[in-house]
Design a protein around this ligand. Sequence first.
Ligand code: PMT
Length: 333
Amino acid sequence: MSEQGKSCASFSPVKAQSASDMAKETGGQWNEFFSSVPEPAHFQESIAAVTKFISSKQADQSSRVVMVSSGGTTVPLEQLTVRFVDNFSSGTRGAASTEYFLERDYPVIFLYRAKSLQPYSRHIPSVLDLLELDETSAGVNVKSADVARTRLILEKYMKNKSSYLMITYETLGDYLWLLKGIAQALDCMGPRAMLYLAAAVSDFYVPIHDMPEHKMQSDRKPVIEFSLVPKMLLPLANIWAPNAFIVSFKLETDEDLLLPKALQALEKYQHDIVVANLLTTRKKWVTLVERTGKVTKLVNSTEDRDIEELIVNTVVDKHTEYIIGRPTAQESL
Ligand code: PMT
């Protein structure tokens, strides 16, 4: 039986031995991280929902599943959190990409920051501005100028709403716990699983034992010591889901760093694609870098098109090549 058809069983990892060895050697780092941030309150329920969703897709041997991560992560500064550090991400990349994956028939696990943008509703920033009072029926209507556009969004939403599962997070800790749990659950899909990591993930955090329990008082300067978050791409690509197709994003503000950093990440973590983007131009162009070193610039030339359509279509083609190119279970013995 080919890997594509294999059921929830272990697959032989084909990543370079060096990355896999390094992942095992440095395992203490992320274990330490997980012991210093609490599991999210809804963790068990979320993973149970993910497992059920994957099981419902897995029997169809042509089905693929993608997990899309989306939005920023908060870093709490107090145990009973009043204050936290946040970042700029709005969740456009993840929410838009989810819509285009659904158009390509991928069931999607949408792991998103609470209150960040969501598929379909992202097109309607203010529901109230869309509506008008209907004095005749004492009801409300969608303004006539907006009916066609709203109907199109609603049609797409109705068609696809049962094909995506929404899982929320708020903090960096919640995000990484859920990422690990979802990756491990997806491992049974082998190469048919894709992880598409568009969330903006903090590299710094305050371990729970270094945090005050109560709100910091303002009668003295705060002293906050951040610790480094281990790069989770290493265990993700080599231990938690070693056969999945993994697309990470690289965000920089200095263009000179973009390509070297993307190539360095692929070399180090042995995953499949880095989509490199700059903060200021991320909606206009991105550079797609493959593990082979191939570099493709994707440019959005029109205002009324999302660049995510280009990214997703390219990534889906690469995923197809990846599945076809995988050794069968027999060959990998
Ligand atoms: O949401 P939008 O406003 O639309 O913006 C989209 C985006 C700019 C956030 C998105 O396109 C993007 O670039 N996301 C990745 C941002 C990021 O975390 O970049 P990074 O260079 O810090 O990290 C690179 C990769 O390492 C990321 O895929 C991340 O998942 C991973 N990582 C990060 C930190 C960490 N501790 N472990 C990780 O594995």
